[in-house]
Design a protein around this ligand. Structure first.
Ligand SMILES: Cc1cc2nc3c(=O)[nH]c(=O)nc-3n(C[C@H](O)[C@H](O)[C@H](O)COP(=O)(O)O)c2cc1C
Length: 543
């Protein structure tokens, strides 16, 4: 055994099990028709994020009754924040610092000679024939009824820059096409896949192929770096080492000139075709629509290497929330906050939230600022958030911290009552369309940006719900009466904040104590003549 100071996928699953975060399903499960829909229910079935689990399927079959030797795990990296934090070996509060530190201080990997991921090597003619190559792996169909192929989702796709020699790792999907052929989809848009930049460089040199290694089931800290947007020419493996707190072991791939993580479960080695493209899809996309067929990059597989007891990891992706969005969110939100607070030095920014349900984090960005933050700082925060990434922050909304940014209803409440479209809204031109459903009529169109200041422009009266003490008292009563289980939605109580005087506070206290007649005596003395109804009355301190 090679020395290492970080957990592999097996050890990670063991910790999840001990913490009650892993469900093991031993009954037969059809990997194509049943597996993803079953796990999907915990994202669309009204289950709280905190209750989501990782699912390990030990008895995987398919529609033709074939049994697979490998188990499949879904949700193991990020079914929710807690699972992600187990993989990062830190608390949710420490995630941002972990990433900041790892990106600033990468730890170079260590090259080893013998590796767990190469305990079994299948190459050359042994890959040919049904059930021998890729189709020996239980790769699930993600969106049954729409997807045209079992598709790899939990990937670290490794390619190398032919000029600098620096490797890149990205999470890109790849559709199974034959026992020794996949089609890989690398985003070609500005700010898209790092691997695509390598592909273009190979083409420019006249190379007809490009070496590629698709890693499945890397140690969690290595898996986490692939979906993260890192600066171009940063080798993700060093960042993974810094995240893990120890250098990552790497080994030379068997049939391509690339280095791969030694403790990966499975590595698919081969060559991307830089001349021919092949239709790939349909496949369910994270922007919420099915991505229809498009020409993507064929890969000829030269070897599959794996551990003897390999587990196939698959991400639940497509419509958000998903494992994919949960994984990105914990890393992206701190990146935005650091940018606004530290790079731009904006005062009063407390939190940045990327809206997740249906909108895939990229489209709607909520910036929480302290009450009383200068209007100019609020607008700097809006401009800063919208320009950090080409594909994020199409709609940015600034709110105060009495609004729960995860509650869309509360957000709409702030927009409805605190935002004046005449003075608190701007539309900026020249945005790239980014990641979204591509239709013919939109292909050439530039998108735009919508910025909204939905903060309080002055003190407002308290939220019109009973104070917390009364709501809690009533909750106890509710439970004593055996009424249906409550799932409190924020906001569920009002606080005496904002425009609220001691006079009104005292009157409310008397009223709730059954002494409203005293309030009547006080108001009687304040009767006036000749005043229009609805004229405001503001008691001063002596009233
Ligand atoms: C589950 C999942 C699937 C993804 N699929 C793709 C994909 O097919 N193609 C792509 O270019 N990016 C895809 N992404 C996004 C990339 O992983 C992300 O942009 C990452 O920054 C790429 O790394 P790179 O910048 O080093 O290429 C996916 C992300 C996740 C989490």
């Amino acid at each position: 055994m090679t020395k290492r100071d970080y957990p592999d996928l097996h050890e990670h699953l063991e910790v999840l099990k001990q913490k009650g975060l892993l469900l093991t399903i031993d009954r037969p499960i059809d990997k194509d028709a049943e597996l993803h829909p079953l796990v999907r229910w915990q994202f669309v079935g009204g289950i709280d994020e905190g209750e989501r689990k990782a699912f390990l399927f030990t008895n995987v079959v398919d529609g033709r009754g074939r049994k697979y030797a490998f188990p499949v795990v879904v949700g193991a990296l990020a079914a929710n924040r807690e699972i992600y934090c187990v993989g990062m070996r830190c608390t949710a509060d420490e995630v941002q610092q972990r990433w900041d530190n790892a990106i600033a201080n990468p730890l170079p990997p260590v090259t080893v000679k013998a590796a767990a991921c190469q305990e079994v090597v299948i190459e050359g003619a042994a890959l040919q024939g049904e059930g021998c190559g890729l189709d020996s792996l239980p790769i699930p169909i993600s969106t049954p009824g729409f997807d045209a192929a079992p598709t790899l989702t939990a990937t670290n796709v490794i390619t190398r820059d032919p000029d600098t020699g620096v490797q890149n790792q990205g999470t890109y999907r790849a559709a199974l096409k034959a026992p020794d052929r996949l089609v890989v989809r690398m985003a070609t848009r500005v700010g898209g896949a790092g691997g695509y930049r390598h592909y273009v460089k190979h083409q420019q040199r006249g190379d007809t192929t490009m070496p590629c290694a698709i890693v499945l089931g890397a140690p969690p800290c290595v898996a986490f770096v692939a979906p993260q947007k890192l600066p171009i020419d940063v080798d993700e493996i060093g960042v993974a080492g810094a995240l893990a707190g120890a250098p990552i072991n790497i080994v030379k791939a068997k049939t391509v000139d690339l280095m791969v993580p030694a403790e990966a479960e499975i590595v698919i080695e081969g060559y991307l075709d830089t001349v021919n493209v092949e239709p790939e899809g349909p496949f369910g996309e994270s922007h919420g629509h099915i991505a229809l067929e498009e020409f993507n990059i064929p890969m000829r597989v030269t070897a599959i290497t794996h551990r003897k007891n390999a587990i196939v990891a698959s991400y639940l992706s497509q419509v958000t929330p998903s494992e994919s969005s949960a994984m990105k969110r914990v890393a992206y939100e701190p990146m935005f906050l650091t940018h606004l607070r530290h790079t731009l030095g904006i005062r009063g920014v407390k939190r940045v939230t990327l809206h997740e349900r249906m909108t895939a984090l990229r489209r709607i960005c909520i910036i929480t600022v302290e009450k009383g933050t200068a209007r100019t700082e609020v607008w700097r925060a809006l401009y800063g958030a919208t320009s950090l990434r080409a594909d994020c922050g199409k709609i940015c909304v600034a709110v105060n911290d009495d609004i729960d940014p995860d509650n869309s209803d509360a957000l709409l409440w702030a927009i409805a009552f605190r935002m004046n479209p005449g003075s608190d809204l701007q539309v900026l031109p020249y945005r790239s369309p980014g990641h979204g459903p591509e239709r013919e009529h939109e292909a050439e169109r530039e998108d735009a940006t919508l910025l909204m200041d939905a903060t309080m422009k002055e003190d407002l009266p308290p939220l019109a719900l009973p104070r917390e003490e009364y709501m809690l008292r009533a909750k106890k009563l509710w439970e004593e009466l055996g009424l249906p289980k409550l799932r409190p939605q924020s906001p569920w109580f009002g606080s005496p904040d904002g425009d609220w005087t001691p006079h009104w506070e005292a009157a409310a206290k008397r009223a709730v104590e059954g002494r409203y007649l005293e309030n009547g005596s006080i108001s009687k003395k304040l009767q006036r003549k000749g005043m229009k109804p609805e004229t405001k009355y503001r008691p001063d301190e002596k009233d």
